[in-house]
Write a protein that binds this ligand. Structure first.
Ligand code: ARG
Length: 273
């Protein structure tokens, strides 16, 4: 069994996050974000990563792009390349140029998808063993699967998202290691649930409370799991599986439909047994 060990991540300091003034998913509460609290929560996440030996690269947020804080949505790092995202909503499109600049400056080759396709980075896509899981329905559609498969040279398993609360795959789907995936079944079509049962040896269901407690947006590194605090049943399950849960409060970010996974773009990782 293999575990991902995260070595380096890219995060975006939320200095303009509280200016959020639109809603593009059902979690969003424009005008309700507390700036000091969001900065404190974000700094706690940075400190936690550093304590887990993860190097943190920081990009300063630009004005007028409040959701720019969600670095994982910006593109997929793979073998020195960045596959840059193309956002569906106009409110997020301007985030891309700032990230494109950062990645170029830091030596990544920036690649783009054909103009008619949408993809919102690691919000929608997980590498798992030899496969790629791709969430479609709200932000991306099936037609992007072929391009992704060609780009990464891997088989793509399409997961149809049917509940708008789980608009990105990483809201209700959490691969813990090469054997185990947590997921919230009602978020996905019957066909996709069936497919997951066929593929994943240890597929564990989130309860409704866990799913709406944002457990799906956790981050696993080595034998640690960073998750939204207060989810005691999830904490217990992780301990039973031999993991050390590391709770963090990211409640201000949940007011935009984001959590630990959304705030973290993995730049370097290894897989260890
Ligand atoms: N407000 C953002 C949006 O709707 C939240 C994105 C969260 N990112 C994620 N990977 N789930 O696009």
């Amino acid at each position: 069994m293999l575990h991902k060990v995260i070595k380096k991540v890219l995060m975006c300091e939320p200095i303009h996050f509280s200016s959020l003034n639109y809603s593009i998913n059902p979690w969003m509460k424009p005008g309700k974000i507390n700036k000091e609290k969001s900065l404190k929560e974000w700094n706690n996440l940075v400190s936690l990563y550093k304590s887990l030996d993860i190097e943190v690269e920081i990009l300063k947020q630009m004005p007028d792009v409040p959701d720019m804080v969600f670095s994982t949505d910006q593109g997929i790092v793979h073998g020195g390349n960045l596959l840059l995202s193309r956002f569906k909503h106009k409110q997020r499109k301007n985030e891309s140029k700032h990230y494109e600049k950062w990645f170029q400056k830091n030596g990544y080759k920036v690649k783009t998808l054909p103009a008619n396709l949408h993809l919102e980075g690691n919000g929608e896509l997980f590498f798992w063993n030899d496969l790629i899981f791709l969430g479609v329905g709200f932000r991306s559609n099936k037609s992007v699967a072929k391009a992704i498969s060609r780009f990464f040279g891997k088989e793509v398993v399409v997961i149809e998202i049917v509940d708008p609360y789980f608009f990105h795959l990483d809201v209700g789907f959490f691969p813990l290691n090469s054997n185990t995936i947590f997921y919230y079944p009602p978020a996905y079509s019957q066909k996709s649930q069936k497919k997951l049962k066929e593929i994943v040896p240890n597929l564990i269901e989130f309860t409704k409370t866990e799913a709406f407690g944002f457990c799906g947006n956790s981050v696993a590194t080595d034998h640690h799991v960073v998750y939204q605090e207060g989810n005691y049943s999830f904490d217990n399950k992780l301990r039973h599986l031999g993991y050390k849960p590391d709770p963090v409060d990211l409640g201000e970010f949940v007011k935009s439909g984001g959590g630990a996974h959304c705030l973290t773009n993995i730049l370097e990782e290894t897989y260890e047994s």
